[in-house]
Design a protein around this ligand. Structure first.
Ligand SMILES: *[C@@H]1O[C@H](CO)[C@@H](O)[C@H](O)[C@H]1NC(C)=O
Ligand SMILES: *[C@@H]1O[C@H](CO)[C@@H](O)[C@H](O)[C@H]1NC(C)=O
Ligand SMILES: *[C@@H]1O[C@H](CO)[C@@H](O)[C@H](O)[C@H]1NC(C)=O
Ligand SMILES: *[C@@H]1O[C@H](CO)[C@@H](O)[C@H](O)[C@H]1NC(C)=O
Ligand SMILES: *[C@@H]1O[C@H](CO)[C@@H](O)[C@H](O)[C@H]1NC(C)=O
Ligand SMILES: *[C@@H]1O[C@H](CO)[C@@H](O)[C@H](O)[C@H]1NC(C)=O
Ligand SMILES: *[C@@H]1O[C@H](CO)[C@@H](O)[C@H](O)[C@H]1NC(C)=O
Ligand SMILES: *[C@@H]1O[C@H](CO)[C@@H](O)[C@H](O)[C@H]1NC(C)=O
Ligand SMILES: *[C@@H]1O[C@H](CO)[C@@H](O)[C@H](O)[C@H]1NC(C)=O
Length: 881
C-alpha cells in the first residue's frame, strides 16, 4: 500500500515543484499574497486568554445576545463571559468517560493518549432552557441536555447515531426549529452519513445499489430559508460541505479525493416504499477550486463559511482548500455563489455505466427527482415526499451526483498560499467609510497563526498575520462576536479572544491607510476603530487603493536624522528599518534616486539599509531612505554622510582617539534636514534620475563592473549555500517563531518589488539558533537580536564553510562615549572581519517594532566597523595574509 503510493507521490511532487517554480514568471504572481505586517505573539494587543485544566478546545457556541460563549473540549464544557474569557466567572462542567469505558476503548485497539477520552463534538441550543451536546465518550458516543441556568447536566442519552466515535473525523451539525441534523462518519466502522437525528422519523442517506457518500469528511453545513418569498413554493434547504473519495473521471488522475456540496430539503420525510426513512431529495455536486493554466486543483475542502444575503439567492460562501498530500503545504480560498450551486442541482445528472461515470442523457422522470416539494408537485397532488411515485424515487436513488461542476466566482481562487496550510476560516462583513461592504476573512493556520484578510475588487489583501499561540498547533475553530468586536479562536492548548482590529498598531497616517483595514481610519492624530468613533466625517480611510488621504506629510516626516563622518575607503551601513512586508526601500542622495546596485559607486541597498562600499569623497551628502508602498514614498530616515580624506599614515601609527573628529561618535540631529513642510508632491516623488558618471571612466568602469558583478554573483551563491547549510545544520526543524517573510537581505541584484523571489535571499537566523553560534553575546541576544557580518567574497570562501576568522586585534581604545551602553566589551567576538569588500548584515527582531536600543546599538557597531576598516588600511598586516 505504502510502497505503491510513493512513486505517484514523487511524480506529483515533481510536477508540483516545477509548476510552482515556474510561477514567479507567470502572469498571476500576485496570487501568492504576502501579509502586509507580521505580528508576533509579544506584539499582541488586548487579547484575553483561557487555558483550563483540559486540552483540545474545539466546538464553540456563541450566544451573543446573552453574552455567553460555550466551549467544548476534551472531557469538559465551559461557559464563559463573552466580554472577557479571562474573567474568573467561567463555569466548567466536567464530562469524563468512565475508567471502564476507557479500558474498553483501549482493548478495541484505540490510543488511550488521544482517542480514549470524551471529546465534546457537538454543542447547540436545544430550547429556551437547555443546550444539547454530544461527545465521543471513549469510542462510545453519548449526548446530553444541559440546564443552562444551573449549568448542569439534565439528562444523558445514547449518542452513536448523532456523533462520530473518532475525535478526528470531520463533523458538522446543528439544531434548527427543534430538529437536529448532523453529518459525519458514524459507528466504529466510520460510515459517512448525513442524518436528521430528531424528531421522528429519522432520515439518512442510502447505500444501495451504491453509497451516496464515500468516506466523506465533513467540514461545514448551512441552513437556507429558501421557502421565504419563493415564487414556486420552494422548501428550506440544508447544505453540507465535505471531501470524499473520487470516482468520477478527472483531469487530475493522481488525486483520489474531491470536494463537494450536498443538499437535502427540510420538508423531506422519506419515501413510502422506496427510500423509506431515507432522503428523497439528496443531491451532490463537485466544488472546483483550481488554477487551470497550471493544472493545479486544490481538491481537499478544509473550511467553509456561508454568508446569507438579504435575498437568499444572493447568498455566497467561501471555502478554504488544500491538497491531499500531507507533505505538501498549500492553501487557496475560493468564493462561490448559491445560484451556481442551484444551477448545478437543476442540471444534468451523472450515471455509472460500465463502471465509468458519465453525464446521463436518458429520460428524466417527472416531477424532477431530488427536488423539494414545490407548487408544481402540489398541483400533481404530491403533498410530501411520501407521495412521490416509485420511478422518481428509484431515479433519485440511482443518480445522486450532478454533472455540472461548481466553479468559483471569477473562475479562480481569490487567494493562494504556497507554503501554508490554512485550517479554519470565518468571514465578517464590514461597511467601510466609502460605503462599500467588505468581506473580511479571518483564517487560522496549522501552526497557530491568524490571517486577517479583506476582499477588495475581487482580490484578497492580507492585512496582517498574527501569531496567537506560542506552541505550533492547528487552529481548531473561529467564532466572531459582532457585539464584543472580538474573534474567539480555539486550539488544542487553549482559547484566545482577539479584538477584530487593533488599529493603534498603525502609528502613522500612511501606515493606517496602507493597511487597508476597513475597521480602521486615521483621525488626524491616531489610527482608530471607526466603530467606536462617533464623528466619522474627518476620518481618513482608503480601502480601495490604500494610498489616498494622507496629505500632511509633516506629521510623518523624517523622524530621525543622523550625521555620519567616515574616512575614505570605509564601508558604511545606513540603517533603514521598514515594518511593512509590502514596502520597498528607496534611497536618494542629494535628492537623486540611488539605483539598487550602483556598481560604479559601490552602493548596495537591502531591506535593512544601504551599504556604501569603500566610501569615496564624492559620496558625501544627504541620504534619505523612503519606504515605498502603493506608489507612495514615505520618508523613514535621513543621514548626512561626510567622507573625509585619509590622513597620512604617520599620524595614525599610534592611534589617538581624541584626534578623531568629535562628531565621529555622536549621533546628532541635523536641523538642516528637517522637512521644510514644503509641497507634499515634492516629497512624495523625488526625481528618479540616476547618478551621473564621468564618461572618461566609462570603459574602465564597465569592465570593473562586470568583474565585480561576476565576483558578487559567485560570492552570493557561495554565501547562500553556506548560510543554508549552516541554517539547516543548526536550526533545522527546531526553530519556532522564525519570521516568515525575511526582509533582512542584501540583494545584489537590482532592488525589485518582490522580496521573496530574490536569488540572494537569506534566511533570517533565528534567536533560537543563537545559542549554538559561538561567540554570541549575552548582552545582545537578550533582545533576540544580533548582528553578524559575513563575507560575501568569493576568493576567501571557495564554496565551503568559511575558515574560522583570525583573532582580531583589539580596536584602539575608544572614547568613553563609546562605552555608554556597556556593549563594547562584547563586540570583538561579534565582529568578524573578512578579507573581502562586502559584508552581510543579519538581524533578527522578534517584534515588529525595534527598540531604540537596537538602533543605537547597531550604530555603535557600524562605527566600529568603519573605524576598524580604517585602522586596517593603515596597518595592512591582516588583509595581506
Ligand atoms: C488533543 O491535543 C493534543 C495536544 O494537546 C494533540 O496531540 C491531539 O492530537 C489532540 N487531539 C485531537 C483529537 O485533536
Ligand atoms: C479580562 O480579564 C482579565 C482578568 O480579570 C484582566 O486581566 C484583563 O485585563 C481583562 N481584559 C480586558 C480587555 O478587559
Ligand atoms: C473573581 O475575582 C473578584 C476580584 O478579582 C472576586 O471578588 C470574586 O469573588 C471572584 N469570583 C470568583 C467566582 O472567584
Ligand atoms: C494507556 O495504556 C497503558 C497500557 O497499555 C497504560 O500503561 C497507560 O497508563 C495508559 N495511559 C493512560 C493515560 O491511561
Ligand atoms: C427543554 O428541553 C428539556 C429536555 O427535554 C425539558 O426538560 C425542558 O422542559 C424544555 N424546556 C422548555 C422551555 O421547553
Ligand atoms: C418577502 O417579501 C415581503 C414583501 O414583498 C418583504 O417585505 C420581505 O422583506 C421579504 N422577505 C425576504 C426575506 O426577502
Ligand atoms: C394534498 O393536500 C390537498 C389539500 O391540502 C388535499 O386535497 C389532497 O388530498 C392531499 N393529497 C394527498 C395525496 O394527501
Ligand atoms: C498636520 O500636522 C500638524 C503638525 O503635526 C498638525 O498640527 C495638524 O493637526 C495636522 N493636520 C492634519 C489634517 O492632520
Ligand atoms: C463632525 O465633524 C464635523 C467637521 O468637523 C462637524 O461639522 C460636525 O458638527 C461634527 N458632528 C458631530 C456629531 O460632532
Amino acid at each position: 500500500m505504502r510502497r505503491a503510493k510513493h512513486p505517484i507521490c514523487m511524480v506529483v511532487l515533481g510536477s508540483l515543484v516545477s509548476v510552482i517554480w515556474g510561477w514567479p514568471f507567470g502572469p498571476h504572481l500576485d496570487m501568492d499574497v504576502t501579509p502586509r505586517t507580521t505580528v508576533h505573539i509579544s506584539g499582541l494587543l488586548g487579547c484575553n486568554r483561557f487555558r483550563g485544566a483540559v486540552v483540545n478546545y474545539s466546538s464553540m457556541l456563541l450566544e451573543d445576545g446573552l453574552g455567553f460563549l460555550y466551549v467544548g473540549a476534551r472531557e469538559a464544557i465551559y461557559k464563559m463571559d463573552a466580554t472577557n474569557i479571562s474573567h474568573n466567572s467561567t463555569l466548567s462542567l466536567e464530562w469524563v468517560a468512565s475508567a471502564e469505558q476507557k479500558r474498553q476503548c483501549l482493548s478495541k485497539g484505540k490510543n488511550n493518549q488521544t482517542e480514549c477520552y470524551n471529546h465534546v463534538r457537538f454543542l447547540d441550543r436545544y430550547n429556551d432552557t437547555h443546550l444539547y451536546t454530544c461527545g465521543t465518550h471513549a469510542f462510545r458516543p453519548r449526548c446530553a441536555y444541559i440546564d443552562v441556568a444551573q449549568f448542569t447536566f439534565a439528562r444523558f442519552e445514547e449518542g452513536k447515531e448523532k456523533c462520530p466515535y473518532d475525535p478526528t473525523k470531520g463533523y458538522t451539525g446543528f439544531i434548527i426549529d427543534g430538529e437536529m441534523y448532523s453529518a459525519s462518519q458514524y459507528e466504529f466502522r466510520s460510515i459517512a452519513d448525513i442524518r436528521r437525528n430528531f424528531p421522528f422519523p429519522n432520515l439518512r442517506t442510502d447505500d444501495s445499489p451504491s453509497r451516496w457518500l464515500l468516506e466523506a469528511d465533513f467540514v461545514g453545513s448551512a441552513f437556507l430559508r429558501e421557502s421565504v418569498n419563493s415564487s414556486i413554493g420552494d422548501d428550506d434547504k440544508l447544505y453540507f460541505f465535505f471531501t470524499e473519495r473520487n470516482v468520477e473521471p478527472t483531469a487530475y488522475s493522481s488525486q483520489t479525493r474531491v470536494a463537494r456540496v450536498a443538499r437535502v430539503c427540510k420538508g423531506d420525510i422519506g419515501g413510502q416504499r422506496t427510500l423509506q426513512r431515507k432522503w428523497t431529495s439528496f443531491l451532490k455536486a463537485r466544488l472546483v477550486c483550481s488554477i487551470p493554466e497550471y493544472e493545479l486543483q486544490l481538491n481537499v475542502l478544509r473550511s467553509i463559511h456561508v454568508i446569507e444575503g438579504a435575498d437568499v439567492q444572493d447568498t455566497i460562501f467561501y471555502g478554504v482548500f488544500g491538497l491531499e498530500w500531507r507533505n505538501v503545504k498549500m492553501s487557496a480560498v475560493c468564493q462561490y455563489s448559491i445560484r451556481d450551486v442551484q444551477t448545478a442541482f437543476d442540471g444534468p445528472y451523472m450515471e455509472l455505466q460500465d463502471s465509468k461515470w458519465r453525464e446521463y442523457t436518458g429520460k428524466v422522470p417527472d416531477p424532477r427527482p431530488g427536488s423539494c416539494i414545490t407548487d408544481q408537485h402540489r398541483a400533481l397532488l404530491i403533498n410530501s415526499s411520501r407521495d412521490l411515485p416509485d420511478n422518481v424515487l428509484n431515479f433519485a436513488r440511482r443518480y445522486p451526483l450532478m454533472a455540472i461542476q461548481i466553479q468559483p466566482v471569477g473562475g479562480r481562487p481569490l487567494l493562494l498560499q504556497r507554503s501554508l496550510d490554512y485550517t479554519k476560516m470565518t468571514v465578517h462583513q464590514v461597511t467601510g467609510l466609502d460605503g462599500h461592504v467588505y468581506d473580511m476573512l479571518f483564517i487560522g493556520t496549522d501552526d497557530g497563526w491568524l490571517h486577517r484578510a479583506v476582499k477588495i475588487r475581487g482580490r484578497m489583501h492580507i492585512i496582517e498575520e498574527i501569531q496567537l499561540f506560542r506552541e505550533k498547533q492547528p487552529i481548531n475553530n473561529l467564532v466572531i462576536s459582532q457585539k464584543q468586536e472580538s474573534i474567539y479562536v480555539s486550539a488544542n492548548s487553549g482559547l484566545v479572544q482577539v479584538p477584530l482590529s487593533s488599529c493603534e498598531r498603525y502609528t502613522s497616517c500612511y501606515d493606517c491607510v496602507f493597511a487597508r483595514d476597513p475597521l480602521c481610519a486615521w483621525d488626524g492624530r491616531l489610527c482608530v476603530e471607526i466603530s467606536s468613533y462617533p464623528n466619522r466625517s474627518r476620518l481618513i480611510q482608503d480601502v480601495q487603493m490604500g494610498s489616498r488621504g494622507c496629505t500632511n506629510i509633516t506629521s510623518d516626516g523624517f523622524v530621525t536624522h543622523h550625521t555620519r563622518v567616515v574616512m575614505a575607503g570605509d564601508d558604511v551601513l545606513l540603517q533603514c528599518e521598514i515594518h511593512s512586508n509590502l514596502a520597498s526601500p528607496r534611497w536618494t542622495l542629494n535628492g537623486q534616486q540611488l539605483q539598487g546596485y550602483a556598481v560604479d559607486f559601490g552602493f548596495r541597498t537591502g531591506n535593512d539599509g544601504l551599504l556604501i562600499i569603500g566610501a569615496q569623497i564624492q559620496q558625501s551628502g544627504h541620504y534619505r531612505c523612503y519606504a515605498v508602498e502603493n506608489n507612495v514614498w514615505v520618508p523613514v530616515r535621513s543621514y548626512v554622510v561626510r567622507v573625509q580624506p585619509v590622513s597620512p599614515p604617520s599620524s595614525h601609527t599610534s592611534p589617538n582617539p581624541t584626534a578623531l573628529p568629535e562628531s565621529f561618535f555622536t549621533t546628532a540631529t541635523a536641523p538642516t534636514l528637517s522637512p521644510s513642510g514644503g509641497p507634499v508632491e515634492q516629497l512624495l516623488s523625488p526625481p528618479p534620475a540616476p547618478l551621473p558618471s564621468g564618461p572618461e571612466f566609462q570603459t574602465f568602469r564597465h569592465m570593473e563592473a562586470m568583474y565585480i558583478s561576476l565576483v558578487a554573483v559567485l560570492g552570493g551563491l557561495c554565501l547562500v549555500l553556506t548560510v543554508v547549510l549552516l541554517y539547516v545544520s543548526f536550526c533545522a526543524r527546531s526553530v519556532p517563531n522564525v519570521r516568515k517573510y525575511s526582509r533582512q537581505e542584501f540583494s545584489v541584484t537590482m532592488a525589485t518589488e518582490r522580496k521573496r523571489s530574490s536569488h540572494f535571499e537569506l534566511k533570517t537566523v533565528s534567536s533560537h539558533c543563537n545559542g549554538r553560534i559561538e561567540g554570541r553575546s549575552r548582552a545582545m541576544s537578550q533582545d533576540g537580536e544580533f548582528l553578524q557580518i559575513i563575507s560575501a567574497d568569493v576568493q576567501s570562501s571557495p564554496c565551503k564553510d568559511p575558515p574560522p576568522a583570525p583573532p582580531l586585534p583589539m580596536p584602539p581604545p575608544l572614547p568613553s562615549t563609546e562605552y555608554a551602553n556597556g556593549l563594547s566589551a562584547t563586540l570583538p567576538s561579534m565582529l568578524r572581519k573578512m578579507n573581502g569588500n562586502s559584508y552581510m548584515l543579519l538581524t533578527q527582531t522578534d517584534s515588529g517594532m525595534t527598540s531604540p536600543l537596537y538602533h543605537s546599538f547597531t550604530e555603535e557597531l557600524n562605527k566600529i566597523l568603519e573605524k576598524r576598516k580604517h585602522t586596517q588600511d593603515i596597518q595592512p598586516d591582516e588583509s595581506s595574509v
